[in-house]
Write a protein of this length. Structure first.
Length: 427
């Protein structure tokens, strides 16, 4: 049985993943390709970046003074920098109850709150931040900003270049985690906050947390790095390099100059594949097996699933995550931020890891995840142990979860209690 056309282009999927096109003149079905899968779409935008024509949502914006260029690690200056951020709770009279939340690779400033115009999904830490929750917004003033190089309101590759008004594209420079933190410091000053009660973040957010404590120890009272590392390892770099290579080989990426591409003609497929690669590292083998096993996504009573392009259920799952990212993220931002993670090394330019960690003075709650294959627990234990060796109060808590790296976004019942207790005890 042939299904009715599912979109304006007339692409019709059938059981064997063969696709047909409805001829505009003849009205007849013609075979197009057996290779095409359900990832074939014609409505993907050239970029999923937010822009000023879209609803603002809960974002606020900080504009850096035009006469104060923002200097990057790579000896390049950015001008007319905008930082998108969100806040929850109220800053007290002493300005002592402020907590900074640092997001991960494809996160943004919408850490808490419902889906709404301008925010297609609920906050990525919705179960942690809020009234009465681990980061209690009845007590704490909470801030989360989109990192420099991002695509959800902060200056990044999809933003307009101040010289010609066109997207930066390939002109946007390489950034580092330290650049992200320097941008956050400017925002901190603009908000009138002298010291953060705590800086909290997981994954790449944890990298920012560590750099805050090393770069500006006098501006941070406590830190909570989660599922992160002091230095990116060769294997972590390797995962990122594969995704970058996929995007680089995509002709529709066009060297980073794709923002004027028609719907469906941007680098959506390579971004989706890069995300699929990353998604495998975010979960564990046990979870994949328990959830999907060897089940086929495409089969029926008279079909044995032996075709070359027949898919398993896990492939549908990866397609789903690729589809989600394409609609809300920018391919160049994915490259820029991913490279910043690979460059992460708190020891760079500081003599040694020992000397770098020795600059940290803030008591720490370090959290790891038992099943994390991307940032294994030995990396978090290393951070905690080195802090203790330097006389800094530090405790290590391990989340016992089968969900892998993403457990800090899932197992709130384990993340929340120690976090809430730590913030209260150190106030």
């Amino acid at each position: 049985m042939v299904r009715q056309p599912g979109n304006a282009h007339g692409a019709i999927p059938c059981k064997r993943e063969m696709w047909f096109r409805l001829g505009e003149a003849t009205g007849r079905l013609s075979w197009v390709s057996e290779r095409t899968t359900t990832m074939t779409r014609h409505d993907y935008p050239a970029t999923g970046a937010w822009d000023a024509t879209q609803p603002v949502g809960s974002r606020r914006f900080a504009q850096f003074p035009a006469d104060r260029p923002f200097a990057l690690d790579g000896a390049v200056n950015l001008t007319d920098v905008t930082i998108a951020y969100e806040t929850w709770g109220e800053l007290n009279a002493e300005r002592s109850n402020a907590i900074l939340i640092c997001h991960a690779w494809t996160g943004d400033s919408h850490a808490a709150g419902p889906a709404e115009d301008g925010h297609p999904s609920p906050g990525w830490w919705e179960g942690i931040i809020g009234p009465g929750l681990a980061i209690d917004t009845d007590r704490w003033f909470v801030v989360c900003s989109n990192v420099i190089g991002g695509c959800q309101g902060t200056t990044g590759p999809a933003s307009s270049h101040p010289v010609d008004g066109k997207p930066y594209g390939s002109r946007f420079p390489v950034i580092t985690v330290r650049d992200m933190v320097r941008a956050q410091l400017r925002l901190t000053d603009m908000l009138g906050i002298d010291v953060w009660h705590s800086v909290v973040g997981g994954s790449m957010g944890g990298m920012q947390v560590l750099e805050w404590a090393v770069m500006y120890p006098e501006r941070v009272r406590t830190i909570v790095p989660i599922a992160t590392c002091a230095q990116s390892t060769a294997q972590q770099i390797a995962w990122g390099a594969i995704g970058r290579r996929v995007i680089r080989l995509d002709p529709k990426w066009n060297g980073g100059e794709y923002y004027d591409a028609a719907p469906g003609e941007g680098p959506w497929e390579s971004l989706a594949i890069a995300r699929m690669i990353s998604q495998v590292t975010f979960r564990s083998d046990n979870v994949f097996n328990q959830r999907f096993g060897r089940d086929l996504a495409d089969s029926d009573a008279d079909y044995n699933g032996l075709g070359l392009w027949d898919r398993f259920e896990v492939e549908s799952y990866l397609d789903h995550h690729g589809d989600r990212l394409i609609r809300r993220f920018d391919t160049n931002s994915y490259l820029i931020i991913g490279k910043a993670m690979d460059l992460h090394d708190v020891a760079r330019g500081r003599g040694s890891l020992e000397k770098a960690i020795g600059r940290i003075k803030a008591p720490a709650l370090v959290m790891g995840i038992s099943s994390d294959i991307l940032y294994p627990t030995y990396q978090q234990r290393q951070i905690a142990d080195m802090l203790v060796a330097h006389g800094v109060p530090s405790q290590y808590v391990e989340i016992d979860s089968p969900h892998g790296h993403d457990a800090f976004l899932i197992n709130f019942e384990q993340v929340g209690p120690p976090l809430k207790r730590f913030l209260a005890e150190n106030y």
